[in-house]
Design a protein around this ligand. Structure first.
Ligand code: LLP
Length: 438
């Protein structure tokens, strides 16, 4: 699978623009999004996550890739947002996003972040723990926030074991996120703090079981468990659950070893299962949400590099590229696999087994090992597929490499979403002479 690219005269094209043109006009390394693919994916989510029994809301988990252009696209296609920091919230605000459709997450929100949410009129705060509930309730008493109305949902941990990398599992029993459903009294205590605070409403629960999950059954088990919890909670404390947010985590294609379930199918099944549970358990459910991040942006995104030096060691053939772990930390951090092409030599057979290495001073800066690739020479372009999620958003300036630019391509046109960082921007916050802190 070539993940949506076209091939013409041995060259890869994305959004009807050749990789050579992209490299010439925008330079490498470069993050490229096929805008039509992004739009189609958003529509697929919205069209298939519909119910006649309750409201449905698709919240884009913007940690996967956050920028003003992306937030505007989400607004256009009717998605809400999941933000996890003051920075993501600020970006959404600057994009003119309707902040009443924002869910503000995080296990350790700062005082200033909660105040920012109240000031800007964020719709829903996803409360993580008792201390946060108490802090929010006390902030809400300040005269300047008296007139604010804010919804809350509480993050619970349903203890579902989804088979994914341990760094991206979130619902195991000792997870740092949320409160275990085994601790119902503690949950009731948090809810009573929220309910007692004027202007704060408690709407329901949020859960998220991890990321890059292919087992549909894990999501179905989550729904069953969370709905049953909502029923038990109502029975024990008389508190009605109106909103359930089941989080994100839908797996995507990186290599042919990945077999994702179609988004249409997963959305329909989540809705269907929730409808069944609502009926079976007689829940007063009014809204269900999901929070896809990766599955909206990953497959629409590519990274383009220029191949520099080639080198052979005793056992390896190295291809060096003009970026690396600074623009995609995932292979080094999670042993993540990707699919690659020599995008300027697409007509040749993949006949060389190579190691693709970045330019950082770090032996682990390898994008791929034992990769079967078309033959290449210095100056060719290397395309990495399905890099749209957690690439730019996890980038760093290690070795003082500037952030690469991000473009959206559509119907032969190229648009900057994020311009490349210049050297001056790289050092703009540094003092030339030490400044005494005032
Ligand atoms: N909702 C919550 C509460 C989350 O914590 C996450 C992801 C999502 C939604 C979106 O999950 P997604 O649909 O993107 O799988 N940096 C890692 C992934 C970390 C995911 C963190 N939470 C990676 O590159 O694989």
């Amino acid at each position: 699978m070539n993940n949506g690219i076209e091939i013409r005269n041995g060259q890869a094209l994305i959004g009807n623009v050749s990789v050579s043109e992209l490299a010439r006009r925008c330079h490498t390394p470069l993050y490229i999004y096929d805008q039509t693919a992004l739009e189609d994916r958003m529509k697929e989510f919205i069209d298939n996550f519909q119910s006649e029994k309750f409201n449905t809301s698709v919240l884009y988990a913007s940690k996967a890739f956050s920028c003003i252009a992306m937030y505007k696209l989400c607004a256009h296609y009717g998605l809400g947002l999941d933000v996890v920091s003051g920075g993501e919230l600020y970006t959404a605000y600057k994009a003119g996003f309707d902040l009443s459709k924002v869910y503000f997450h995080g296990n350790n929100k700062s005082v200033w972040e909660l105040e920012m949410a109240l000031k800007l009129g964020v719709g829903t705060i996803v409360v993580d723990n008792l201390m946060e509930a108490e802090l929010l309730a006390s902030l809400k008493q300040k005269p300047e926030y008296e007139s604010c109305r804010i919804k809350t949902v509480l993050r619970i941990n349903p203890g579902i074991d989804a088979h994914t990398h341990k760094y991206i599992q979130t619902a195991y029993i000792d997870s740092k996120f949320g409160i275990s459903i085994l601790k119902m009294d503690e949950i009731a205590q948090v809810v009573s703090v929220l309910q007692a605070a004027p202007g704060i409403s408690f709407d329901g629960f949020h859960a998220h079981i991890g990321s890059q999950i292919f087992e549909k059954d894990a999501f179905m088990a989550e729904i069953t468990k969370v709905c049953q919890f909502a029923r038990d909670f109502e029975d024990a404390f008389g508190l009605v659950t109106r909103t359930l947010d089941f989080g994100g985590g839908f797996g995507v294609w990186y290599t042919d070893a990945d077999q994702p379930v179609s988004i249409a199918e997963i959305c329909q099944d989540i809705v269907h299962q929730s409808e069944l549970e609502k009926e079976r358990l007689n829940l007063s459910l009014e809204t269900i949400c999901i929070e896809p991040g990766r599955s909206i942006v990953a497959e629409a995104g590519y990274q383009l590099y220029e191949i520099g030096f080639l080198k052979e060691t005793q056992n390896r053939k190295y291809i060096f590229i003009d970026g690396g772990m600074t623009d995609n930390i995932r292979p080094a951090l999670y042993q993540a696999d990707y699919s690659f092409d020599v995008a300027t030599n697409m007509d040749s057979e993949k006949s060389e087994t190579v190691t693709i290495a970045g330019k950082c001073c770090e032996s682990g800066d390898l994008l791929g090992e034992n990769i079967l690739l078309q033959p290449c020479k210095s100056g060719d372009l290397l395309l990495v597929h399905s890099t749209g999620a957690y690439g730019y958003s996890m980038a760093s300036n290690y070795n003082k490499l500037p952030f690469a630019g991000v473009v959206f391509v559509k119907d032969g046109q190229i648009f900057w979403a994020i311009k490349p960082q210049s050297f001056d921007e790289l050092i703009e916050r540094e003092t030339v002479v030490l400044e005494e802190v005032q």
